[in-house]
Design a protein around this ligand. Structure first.
Ligand code: CDP
Length: 200
């Protein structure tokens, strides 16, 4: 069975929690595509050339807590604006999306660019304040700085020319500003279950 769930949305909207729940419930493989850009950003911070770093990316590069920091998120969104970096990562993501057995990918452009044919497209969002508060609970530090970082990354991700962050026309928008993540997970599982029945 080929079945792709595309989950897009801005920073700290809850994509990761939702994707893991979907993968676990349906036995799908999960790819956090943000990690690809974070890993390239980390290599560039270490002196590598962006496109070469993207082409040479290995699974082992995707592990490590250093990729989870605010700085790694900023470095990721900078390299993610480079068309050569995005192009280098497209085929791997497409193959992952259409692998046998079902796949869930979370990112910014999964439903629009990587897999426009995805069987389910979800766009998860929340206000910048709510997202910054969630990210602050994870990383600590100064909450105002976390909010500024979220806004800066949103602006860069939405404003870039190549594959900007946007909901696909046929995506279901899930706003998590006032809903807890369990409720959102429940809604998403319901949408996917209904779609799986249609395709069988
Ligand atoms: O976890 P969080 O939502 O904060 O970030 P992430 O999903 O790890 O993504 C980090 C950065 O990578 C984003 O700000 C985007 O600039 C970029 N990215 C992208 O351009 N396309 C994707 N499919 C995934 C991430």
């Amino acid at each position: 069975m080929i079945f792709t769930v595309a989950i897009d949305g801005p920073a700290a909207a809850g994509k990761g929690t939702l994707s893991r729940a979907v993968a676990e419930r349906f036995g799908f493989a999960h790819l956090d595509t943000g990690l690809l850009y974070r890993a390239v950003g980390a290599k560039v911070a270490g002196g590598a050339e962006p496109e070469a770093a993207a082409l040479a990316l290995q699974p082992a590069d995707l592990a490590g807590d250093h990729l989870r920091t605010l700085e790694a998120g900023q470095a990721a969104s900078k390299v993610a604006a480079l068309p050569g970096v995005r192009a280098a990562l497209v085929q791997f993501q497409r193959n992952f999306a259409r692998r046998e057995g079902g796949a869930v990918l979370d990112g910014r452009d999964i439903g629009t660019v990587i897999c426009p044919e995805a069987e389910v497209k979800l766009f998860v969002t929340a206000t910048p304040e709510v997202r910054a508060h969630r990210r602050w609970l994870e990383v600590g530090g100064d909450e105002a700085r976390v909010l500024a970082e979220v806004r800066e990354r949103d602006a860069r991700d939405m404003g870039r020319a190549d594959a900007p962050l946007a909901a696909a026309a046929d995506a279901v928008v899930l706003d998590t500003s006032t809903l807890d993540i369990e409720t959102v997970v429940g809604q998403a599982l319901g949408i996917i279950t209904a779609r799986l029945r249609e395709t069988r």
